[in-house]
Design a protein around this ligand. Structure first.
Ligand SMILES: [Zn+2]
Length: 629
């Protein structure tokens, strides 16, 4: 009887109905044999495989890259594939491309970084001069940056097909911020060869075109790449150099052996040597061969006048290539090594034998085992960009999420880990103590009510991509770790996610489920607030009352906007002492008002919510009562 009365009372006073409750279950795609309800890859998880053998020649007189390529593609799905799709990203610059036709102003990021997807007006694009499938000549259908190939014989489950193709494209000076060249003296080559589109259990063929904003979604495989360049050029690339005898001097090889045992940078090509190499004419060409295993992409850089430093950590070679005038890169090798250790310890050891960073015109771009970063004047900025591009070796190079749809799962997760790395590298400085506050100022500047878009929005439709895909997810994970789950449990669960989905293709639901299962928390409310909607937070102190005997004080709190979060309360007493109280998010289970009882004989003189300003509370004027300081 008593129970029934309580139930009636609850039903009439509770404001949120079950369909409006912030704690209602999230509607996720149902689990499948490929993706389990716990967030792990399921017992029938599968993904396709693509191995590449590429021979490419760099023509520096014409600034044209041409190649002959073999792809061995394995169908591990249960489906028969009558056709396949490939991505030809150079067609971002083809005549009549979507990005070229629309010619939109560039995307602006923090620190003046600009991505111009029109290629600053460059017109080029990929020419495919030959395509064979299983030895039979086929004519591909090219639709913008996507290419469909009808197979002479449909590809059955658990079988493979070999594609062979010849291609060429003029190298843009400015490749939409992700590749390019400086005249005919220096080249950074990404998005340069036709790559298999992903065929998965969620979308089938992933054929969203490359418009500039959303990056890639790629299959894993092995690469064997031979690059023919002018004989005087040095090549830095994904993978390991398989013909060092032919491409490097005896002195460089001896220095490299020394670098492999060194915790500090050993110059393999000194400043003086680089300056001399830059002007020396060397006739002929040289072919560099690189081999890499279990990766999803390949990039490289080449030029005659590069300095080359190397060190090692735990058997992993850490390499930095830069121009003699880029003096801010002299400490870059140590920065890269620090970040490598940091991420390895936090997220799992870096899995490949080397990591390379190349200084040049690209303002920050990641590829497996190689990153392109600019020279930046401020030490903090230089570390940040190196750590950011390096962090991408975990997201998305290891955890192979769909960047075309969900940049927050690579840019965002990575940015979150970058704050930890920067706080560690600059530990003890005011910068380390304050750098993460950027995220809350960004909230005020970028998350404008009515204009903000949910994090889940596809990047091509996002107006504030830096906020939406980088900063907001970093703020989200900071709050999840520090205010909701706790550091140790969060770190453990985040690592579980990385381990489960390494070299695989996670979807958002796989991440949500993994974090909930690994921490034992229901976080549906959290993902809804942060990822699926633009819920805003407004926690308030409504009033403070006491019992007549003044032995109990009641603090009446309310949650005035859609987002729910735990509450941090600072209590101040008439003897001028203060106390902190952490109220868990369950306080809001019964509705948006909560009365907190403080059994104390002391007189309360002030109450403050979120006194350290850790939350993006949109209305701070209602956060305190009485004398808070
Ligand atoms: Zn990034």
């Amino acid at each position: 009887m008593l129970m029934l009365l309580t139930a009636v009372a609850l039903a009439t006073t509770q404001q949120a109905t079950s369909t409006e409750s912030p704690f209602r279950p999230l509607e996720l795609p149902p689990p499948t044999p490929e993706r389990s309800a716990s967030g792990t890859p399921g017992p029938r998880y599968w993904q396709q495989r693509a191995d590449y053998v590429i021979r490419a020649t760099l023509d520096t007189a014409a600034n044209v890259l041409s190649g002959t390529q073999r792809i061995y593609y394995i169908n591990r799905s249960d489906d028969v594939l009558p056709f396949v799709w490939l991505q030809i990203d150079q067609n971002l610059f083809a005549p009549g491309s979507v990005a070229g036709a629309l010619s939109q102003p560039p995307l602006r990021f923090a620190g003046g970084v600009v991505f111009d997807f029109s290629g600053k007006g460059f017109v080029g694009g990929m020419t495919i001069s030959r395509f064979t499938a299983g030895g039979r000549r086929v004519t591909p259908t090219i639709l913008g940056t996507m290419m469909r190939v009808e197979l002479p014989r449909a590809l059955r489950p658990d079988s493979g097909v070999t594609f062979e193709l010849d291609w060429r494209f003029p190298i843009p000076p400015y490749g939409a911020g992700r590749m390019g060249r400086i005249g005919s003296r220096f080249y950074e080559l990404g998005m340069w060869y036709p790559r298999m589109a992903v065929y998965d259990d969620v979308n089938g063929w992933n054929t969203l075109p490359f418009l500039g904003a959303g990056e890639w979604y790629l299959e894993y495989g092995d690469f064997d790449v031979s690059l023919t360049v002018p004989a005087g050029f040095v090549v830095a690339a994904t993978g390991m150099n398989a013909n060092a005898e032919a491409t490097r001097t005896r002195q460089q090889r001896a220095r490299l052996a020394r670098a492999l045992r060194s915790a500090t940078a050993v110059p393999l090509i000194t400043r003086e040597e680089a300056q001399a190499n830059a002007t020396r004419a060397v006739p002929g060409t040289k072919t560099w061969r690189f081999i890499a295993s279990g990766i999803r992409d390949f990039a490289w850089a080449a030029g005659p006048g590069l300095r080359w430093d190397a060190s090692a950590w735990d058997g992993i070679l850490v390499q930095t290539f830069y121009h003699p005038e880029a003096t801010s890169w002299e400490p870059a090798n140590g920065m890269l090594r620090h970040a490598l250790i940091h991420f390895s310890e936090k997220l799992g050891r870096y899995p490949w034998p080397q990591i390379t960073s190349v200084e040049g015109l690209v303002e920050g771009m990641e590829y497996p085992m190689i990153i392109f970063c600019p020279a930046l004047e401020k030490r903090e900025d230089q570390y940040w960009i190196l750590a950011h591009e390096l962090g991408h070796q975990w997201f998305p190079m290891q955890v192979g999420s769909d960047e075309r749809r969900y940049p927050w799962m690579d840019e965002g997760f990575n940015t979150f880990t970058n704050y930890d790395a920067a706080e560690s590298f600059f530990k003890g400085t005011p910068y380390a103590d304050t750098v993460r506050r950027d995220l809350l100022s960004a909230y005020t500047a970028a998350a404008r009510p009515g204009a903000e878009q949910p994090m889940i929005t596809q990047p091509t439709e996002v107006r504030e991509l830096y906020w939406n895909a980088y900063q907001k997810p970093a703020l989200m994970l900071t709050i999840l770790r520090d205010a909701v789950i706790g550091r140790e449990e969060f770190d453990r669960a985040f690592r579980v996610y990385v381990q489960r989905w390494r070299s695989k293709h996670p979807q958002p639901a796989d991440f949500f489920r993994t974090m909930e299962n690994a921490t034992g928390r229901d976080l549906d409310w959290f993902w809804r607030n942060w990822v699926l909607t633009t819920a805003r937070l407004d926690q308030a102190v409504d009033s403070v009352t006491t019992t007549s005997g003044r032995d109990t004080t009641f603090i009446h709190l309310s949650n005035r906007a859609q987002m729910v979060l735990p509450v941090t309360l600072e209590l101040r007493y008439d003897d001028n002492t203060t106390e902190m109280r952490q109220l868990p998010v369950e306080m809001w289970l019964l509705g948006s008002r909560f009365t907190y009882r403080v059994p104390t004989a002391k007189r309360l003189t002030g109450v403050a919510i979120d006194p350290r300003h850790a939350y993006p509370d949109v209305e701070r004027r209602n956060n305190s009562w009485g004398r808070s300081r």
